[in-house]
Design a protein around this ligand. Sequence first.
Ligand code: ADP
Length: 320
Amino acid sequence: PQAQEQLEMQQAAKQKQLPEHKKDKARPPSPPAIIRNEKETLVFSKIGFLGEGGFARVYEAKDARNVRHAIKVINKNALKTTKNRTKLFAEIKIHKSLHHPNIVTFEECFEDEENVYMVLELCEGGSLVDLIRRRKRLTEPEARVLLIQLIGASEWMHTHQVIHRDLKLGNIFLDDEMNVKVGDFGLAALIENPGDRKKTVCGTPNYIAPEVLFDPGNGHSFEVDIWSIGVILYTLVVGKPPFQNKEIKAIYKRIRDNLYEFPAEINISNDCKSLISAMLTKDPAQRPTLREVLEHPFFTEGLMPASIPPSAHDLVPSWA
Ligand code: ADP
């Protein structure tokens, strides 16, 4: 909690340094201690700060029954542009339509004078970024359990015509039982007509599929998520993303040239390597489907624990 406060104070200090005309636009939301909808049918009390993203801040809050939730708060000042408004409405519309045990539940949405509030299922275990920061890298059985759940969520999205387009460690959360919860649908796209292709270049440099960058005319589709899941598997077992570089341009060049290595000092099974390289196939038409990924020996022949013990937050599980 102290660190959280510090973070909030640092943000506030940064705000003070901004010139007057920039303050409004960049001001992060500061919701009241009691967050409620107009009719007061929903009342939450803020109990902590969880983190912040693009133009949102996420707080932990409890409802009247003492059940805890995550509330994503967006200041309406950030919604003055049509672009931002359209983006947020798309995120809400898509996220609301998704119902799967491995997708963060979208519970409620309301607004007051100042802010828009999205009430979400609380993911107590933090994101996979936090986990890798603590553990450095995971064992293959752990990666297998997390990936099965991530693939289950992705298959569900894809059958419901949604491409996430920003699957990465920072958008994959864990609940208190180490179950995967996919979140942040800020870049997700709905494929309204079968066969439609998306043309917007978007994603996060380390995780972006080559066809998004190098074949924008042809557009991209569901296969971009399969590429990102390949990057995620590599990152979980190696501890850093495959195309990592200080310079974004160099990352893109390595993605274009499909240039990555498995560090010799880390023991990675051949099945794991072969699955990663299949998912990181440059041509999206040649990339395996999620079904095919699940039939790979990495899943069918490797040790598959039923779950990951919460102690794995900090320590290598004993069965690994
Ligand atoms: P982004 O950083 O991708 O814009 P968000 O704005 O969705 O992501 O979230 C910002 C931060 O808030 C996340 O990095 C995470 O630490 C935290 N967070 C978001 N959603 C949840 C949740 N459902 N449960 C717990 N923490 C969350």
